[in-house]
Design a protein around this ligand. Sequence first.
Ligand code: SF4
Length: 334
Amino acid sequence: MLQQTRVVAAIPYYERFLQRFPDVHALASASLEEILRAWSGLGYYSRARNLQKAAQQIVAKHGGQFPARLQDALALPGIGNYTAAAILSIAFGEKLAVLDGNVARVLARLGAIRGDLRESARWQELQETADRLLDPESPGDWNQSMMELGATLCTPKSPQCLLCPVAQFCEARKLGIAESLPEKRKKRPTVEVTLAATVFTDEKGQTLLLPPPKNTREKTSADHVPTLVSKMWHFPTLSVAAEPAAKLLAFLRRLMPEVQRRKWQLIPAGKVRHAVTYRAITLLPFLIRVKKLPRLPGARQVPLSDISGLPVSNLTRKVASSALAAAASVPAKN
Ligand code: SF4
């Protein structure tokens, strides 16, 4: 949970998650839908999927105990070098040094290392430095100290060198360049994406959500959509370049050939902005008021005012809020 999420934001999720899935067996045997619902709001849902796959492997192959050997830990879904080193050093005292963004920043400053730290040769060098510095007597404590130093004193902006316990060894401090290290990474250019989504609503305030898309070639999903809805339940959504309402209508007719002649009025329901990694998304929700919801293969009906009965992404929540606001301002036709 703490990858990409701040501690204060993660704590309530963590507590709820542990209450519902108190051990590896509970997590391994739960339905994925329930896990995603508990994760809903944290983003980066592949972490939740991997967590369950890892739990299932731990139960099936390791008798419900986290494996103590490095190669077994690395074989678990979602466990890379950093996570394996952190778990094995802290839980089992293995001599493995962690290297993440925080630790890399500390090491780059200690050695006054310039350039993009994520370049593979440089990252490898940093890993070797971290391995060399590791205290073999207490690798877990050492790793936690390095992470803590990066999180509390050797912070990205305004490092507190006067309070730093390793200031006397720090090259960047001696050279007066601590604040300018690490040097900025080359950023991937932002890609603008426009999507249009349909929010049906019937007289009871129910709406329709489509099931998680399986892959990008799935008929009900266009480019970007599976990634942007985080492979979760979502409104019928389409990538559009122009004429969103017309494109959306054509899309709905392809999805539901039996309603070809239905004259739907698409009511623009605001604009939702959202960012996912390098994509800047503009999502245009359209409200369609109907007496009875149309039949859509695999779709489920949920109240528009509370779609949390199914696992949904933050983007889908924003679409629902925008549609609800629009529905309140446009009186329903009788
Ligand atoms: S002296 Fe300053 S720059 Fe160097 S490790 Fe300590 S906090 Fe970071």
